[in-house]
Design a protein around this ligand. Structure first.
Ligand SMILES: Cc1cc2nc3c(=O)[nH]c(=O)nc-3n(C[C@H](O)[C@H](O)[C@H](O)COP(=O)(O)OP(=O)(O)OC[C@H]3O[C@@H](n4cnc5c(N)ncnc54)[C@H](O)[C@@H]3O)c2cc1C
Length: 182
């Protein structure tokens, strides 16, 4: 957090990561104007040179998802993320992950939630084998409903969960898939 004062120069511009704040109503009485990134780029076009364009490897934007099914180190191996993908499909959601799962190479960086990943605010955040480290919570606090599965009853994720299930994610994921497929 920082307080930045710029009394001598106008215009002023600020950007925030998607979903960091809830959308507020437009205040028409306010003098401030909001521009999309594309509009802003047009305004500063004479000074701008696009050096490189990067797109998400698999085109996923977890910040836009209404339902996220997230996995962490507790899923143990990459193959178990394939199961998570099936569960996400059945629920109409996307797969997300903790940094531990990304660092292990089980899932790509665009799916990382947290301080050094994406900030997300889905309707439902269903997570398996994620401990709830502060850097992870930072990215998913805005979720409407958090459902956590962890085999450690003292895992910090239960502190932010609306519904907590103490159990083995590797048993619960296939059981959920089976029920949903029915
Ligand atoms: C500067 C900095 C930035 C960071 N940024 C991020 C970030 O953006 N996002 C992020 O996620 N982390 C970030 N981290 C890392 C963070 O501190 C944690 O290390 C990480 O979130 C842990 O991931 P995890 O919960 O998957 O793994 P762990 O903390 O190892 O937790 C695994 C959990 O799985 C449970 N478990 C094990 N087996 C099972 C099973 N069979 N069934 C159910 N549960 C099981 C365990 O009880 C445990 O609670 C950052 C750290 C630093 C220092």
């Amino acid at each position: 957090m920082a307080t930045i004062m710029t009394p001598n120069h106008r215009p002023q511009m600020a950007t925030v990561r998607p979903k960091v704040f809830k959308k507020s109503k437009v205040d028409s009485a306010s003098a401030a104007k909001c521009a999309t990134i594309a509009e802003a780029l047009k305004l500063i076009a004479p000074m701008t040179k696009i050096v490189k364009r990067e797109s998400f490897a698999d085109g996923v934007d977890i910040a836009a998802a209404e339902i996220l099914v997230a996995g962490g180190r507790g899923l143990k191996k990459a193959e178990n993320f394939a199961q998570l993908q099936r569960l996400a499909e059945l629920l109409g959601g996307e797969v997300a992950a903790s940094r531990a799962a990304v660092d292990a190479g089980w899932v790509g960086i665009p799916r990382q939630v947290g301080q050094t990943g994406k900030t997300v605010a889905p309707r439902i955040y269903l997570c398996f084998g994620i401990s709830g480290a502060i850097q992870h919570l930072e990215g998913m606090r805005g979720a409407d409903t958090v459902i956590a599965v962890n085999n450690d009853p003292n895992a910090p994720i239960f502190g932010v969960a609306d519904l907590g299930i103490v159990g083995d994610a590797l048993e619960i994921i296939p059981a959920l898939i089976k029920e949903l497929e029915k």
